[in-house]
Design a protein around this ligand. Structure first.
Ligand SMILES: [Zn+2]
Length: 400
């Protein structure tokens, strides 16, 4: 009896099942999500993310804990219609909100601005909250505004959102298309990429220790950044163009350049950036509900909001639009095959997207990604890197 028991114990300890306890790997790793839009979504819905928002949003404080997310980078965002005199003020209001929530929940979260503070927060089992500013228009062409955002804790700047700035062209504008990939009717800018001020700004960010984020930027801007930055860069929420050829994704030569730069590509969970057939299925859905969609379009400025409304009204149909979870892992595998395991991570874009792969319902779903990584045969060491270690390396290298 005793012998059988010992044998069983040995078998369990050495079985792949034991070695591959994904939840253990997940909980031990520092899990970083480099892009989340809850600040904008919570403001739109007039709620706060320290409340239980299950069913209403992708994220809230309790669910990050459940999902084993240790570090969340909160996106500070407004669109390009917030011009001079408004965009910087808006960014500061969003930062105020984040600080207010942190003050109310000192036992659950801390705003961190460097890797040392980050590790301390994680060891105290608090969410390490970081700030990323998504859209160069929020500095209103002023380096002192960039300095001010840095002082308030911002540790990355996405050089452009979908709108270009006076000093950097966006991916959308370089292609002359809309968010849905249709012709925008706008003229393609004659001078693409970074202007001399744009290059000065990148160098200034390098000196400050603020990460340069190339998600959303045009290809020429990307290459100008690669040739200017002396520090590793990030793509905080982007996927692979060769699997899903949309304007927001990275082509092979860009992926290789990020590897050479020792930066990191954080994968976006948006179905439309993962699955090239998503927009076709989405179009068919929109066509089925055309009358209703047209009537909503009369009341909103952006078709995205009309789709959001319909997505919430027809959840069963919307479920069928979602790609399988395995597709997200295919993007990850692709990058690993191209440049290795050291340059990829996760940047969900939760609460900024209206569709993610099957099973990735909200921030509690992160452990499922770890499970998939285990199933695909990645070692514990490599999984730990991809869940957050790679991002932390880039953060540290920027701090130097
Ligand atoms: Zn974005």
């Amino acid at each position: 009896m005793k012998r059988t028991y010992t044998f069983l114990l040995l078998a369990v300890c050495t079985s792949p099942l034991y070695a591959q306890n994904y939840r253990q790997i997940h909980d031990k790793a520092i899990v970083v999500d480099s892009h989340n839009d809850i600040l904008t979504t919570a403001a739109d819905k007039k709620v706060s993310f320290d409340q239980n928002l299950k069913g209403a949003t992708h994220s809230d404080l309790a669910r990050w804990k459940q999902g084993g997310v240790d570090v969340e980078i909160f996106s500070i965002w407004c669109d390009g219609t917030y011009g001079t005199g408004k965009a910087f003020a808006h960014a500061n209001r969003q930062i105020d909100t984040l600080y207010a929530v942190a003050r109310r929940n000192p036992d659950k979260m801390t705003i961190v601005t460097n890797s040392r503070m980050l590790k301390k927060a994680v060891s105290e089992q608090k969410l390490a909250a970081m700030i990323g500013v998504e859209g160069g228009h929020m500095i209103e062409d002023r380096l002192d505004y960039l300095d001010s955002l840095y002082k308030r804790g911002a540790r990355y700047l996405t050089l452009t959102w979908n709108n270009s700035t006076s000093w950097a062209t966006s991916a959308m504008d370089e292609h002359g298309i809309t968010a849905l990939g249709e012709d925008s009717g706008k003229a393609i800018p004659p001078k693409k990429g970074l202007t001399p001020f744009g290059k000065e700004l990148v160098q200034h960010m390098n000196q400050l220790g603020m990460m340069v984020d190339v998600s959303h930027v045009g290809e020429q801007t990307f290459w100008d950044v690669i040739n200017t930055s002396t520090k590793p860069i990030i793509a905080s929420h982007s996927c692979v163009y060769n699997i899903c050829p949309v304007f927001r994704n990275l082509k092979d030569d860009q992926i290789k350049a990020i590897g050479k730069n020792r930066g990191v590509i954080q994968l976006n969970f948006f179905s439309g950036f993962l699955d090239s057939a998503f927009f076709t299925r989405n179009k068919a859905f929109a066509l089925r509900h055309k009358a209703e969609r047209d009537s909503i379009l009369k009341t909103v400025t952006d078709p995205f909001f009309a789709d959001n409304y319909l997505f919430q009204k027809y959840p069963e149909e919307v479920k069928a639009l979602r790609p399988p979870l395995s597709l997200l892992l295919d993007h990850l595998d692709y990058i690993v095959r191209l440049i290795g395991v050291d340059y990829v991570g996760l940047g969900s874009d939760f609460d900024g997207i209206n569709s993610a792969p099957q099973q990735l319902d909200d921030v509690t779903s992160f452990p499922l990604i770890t499970q998939e990584l285990v199933n695909r045969g990645y070692s514990k060491k490599d999984i730990t890197k991809m869940l957050g270690g790679n991002f932390l390396r880039v953060l540290k290298e920027n701090e130097r």
